[in-house]
Design a protein around this ligand. Structure first.
Ligand code: NAD
Ligand code: ADE
Length: 418
């Protein structure tokens, strides 16, 4: 068997069933896989991937392998690993996986190191933990690395900070910033799966709830709109004046977190920032509120503050729910230990949207092997967005208009006025 550290091989058949079910909703990736099988653009390329180990990620791994890559996979979040999928990848697809749902911090980094030991020339990150680990622990590898790909907003922000600091040692492509990624994955994927995670964790009725959404970026817009669609009253908090205005004109209440804390029943952070909800907010919250995060890592809720304030912590009052009791008896329910609620309590984004994100990842892997990229954080070439959007439209049976010669000429001219 290939090198691995997974929870339970008895789950492998169920994992295979689930990843094949997801595959049926990933037609763009399937087409790329078919071409990769013939052309082998990644023949012999050693890759390390640090991604959420889900059914959708499994189909990306199958695509890279079909292209000839030798990939090792570890988790980008200790709570998002789907153990059945991890087992299936090892047992049925001979792909080395190092990921166990609920692993502690030490095991999480041990698993990252097991993918790095493979001496990759390409990395694929969701949050930049591979790049930072390689930079800190294996600078010799960083010098030989061809390129990296980054899946998410927070990772791109960290990489840009690394580059500004002179710490980035090899080129990275910001996959998150491709239009066919963040316009759909962050907005519709996070929007729907965050609602799904909250409902699975709590079984709460959304209609009539007062919901506070921190951050009105791609993810925040998606979540705010989806939860409003289920009948919630929604307030947005923002630090960016333009986005705050946009939220107001989209018909949401916009207020400071301090105002919102006295109003809300359910709070969800989607900012990529730290300590967005902290002591001064927990102090004002109503009894029995629900607080969660769908932004990044576990830093958006300041749970150290809450631990200090609480006179009692009731762990696991329900799966994925810890209840903190304050001195005056108020209960604050925290979901998923403050980690991504959509990937912890639900299954992450649906396959149909990951189809595009992972098609971009696969095509970008091919691109960086065929082109020399300079040190820095680079956008995905427009050509890849064009290819992925056209393939997705075709798969959805949606036709595009074509410019007529007269229209082309008109758009290229300036002489004609009113
Ligand atoms: P974005 O940059 O488009 O939006 C973030 C927004 O948060 C911005 O408008 C910013 O002004 C606002 N913000 C920052 N600090 C704030 C604060 N203290 N209070 C209120 N608003 C604040 O980013 P995005 O693409 O929406 O991503 C947001 C986060 O979600 C990132 O961490 C990203 O990595 C993560 N993400 C999660 C998933 C998931 O599966 N849960 C998927 C994609 C992205
Ligand atoms: N990020 C959000 N949803 C995901 C999914 N289903 N698989 C992998 N990464 C994800």
């Amino acid at each position: 068997m290939v090198p691995n550290d997974v929870a339970d091989f008895n789950l492998a058949d169920e994992g295979r069933r689930r990843l094949l079910w997801a595959d049926a909703d990933m037609p763009v990736l399937a087409q790329i896989r078919e071409r990769f099988t013939k052309e082998k653009p990644l023949a012999g390329v050693r890759m390390a991937a640090c991604l959420h180990v889900t059914a959708e990620t499994a189909n990306l791994m199958r695509t890279l392998t079909a292209g000839g890559a030798e990939v090792r996979l570890c988790a980008s979040n200790p709570l998002s690993t789907q153990d059945d999928v991890a087992a299936a990848l090892v047992k049925h697809f001979d792909l080395p996986v190092f990921a166990i749902h609920g692993e502690d911090n030490e095991t999480y980094y041990k698993h990252i190191n097991q993918t790095i030991e493979h001496e990759p020339v390409l990395t694929m990150d969701d949050g930049c933990d591979l790049v930072t680990s390689i930079t800190k622990d294996r600078p010799d590898l960083a010098d030989r690395m061809r390129a990296g790909m980054e899946e998410t907003t927070t990772g791109v922000i960290r990489l840009k900070a690394m580059h500004a600091d002179g710490a980035l040692k090899y080129p990275v492509i910001a996959v998150n910033d491709a239009d066919t990624k963040h316009l759909f994955d962050n907005r519709y994927g996070t929007g729907q799966s965050t609602v799904d995670g909250i409902i699975r964790a709590t079984d709460m009725l959304i209609a009539g709830k007062k919901v506070v959404v921190a951050g009105y970026g791609w993810c925040g817009r998606g979540f705010a709109n989806r939860i409003r669609g289920m009948g919630a009253l929604v307030a947005v908090t923002e630090i960016d004046p333009v986005r705050a205005l946009e939220a107001a004109m989209d018909g949401f209440y916009v207020m400071s977190m301090k105002q919102a804390t006295e109003w809300g029943d359910l709070f969800c952070t989607l900012t990529g920032n730290t300590s967005v909800i902290r002591r001064e907010h927990f102090e004002l919250m109503k009894d029995n509120v629900v607080v969660c995060n769908s932004g990044h890592f576990n830093v958006e809720l300041d749970l150290d503050d809450l631990e200090e304030m609480a006179v009692e912590k009731r762990s696991g009052v329900r799966e994925h729910v810890d209840q903190f009791i304050l001195a005056d008896g108020r209960r604050i329910n925290v979901l998923a230990e403050g980690r991504l609620i959509n990937l912890t309590a639900a299954e992450g984004h649906p396959a149909s949207v990951m189809d595009m994100s992972f098609a971009v990842q696969a095509l970008t892997s091919e691109y960086v092997m065929k082109n020399d990229i300079s040190l820095g954080v680079h956008p995905v070439p427009d050509q890849i967005d064009d290819t992925v959007s056209r393939l997705k439209l075709k798969a959805l049976g949606i036709s595009l208009e074509e410019l007529t010669p007269k229209q082309k000429k008109y758009l290229a001219s300036w002489q004609e006025g009113t």
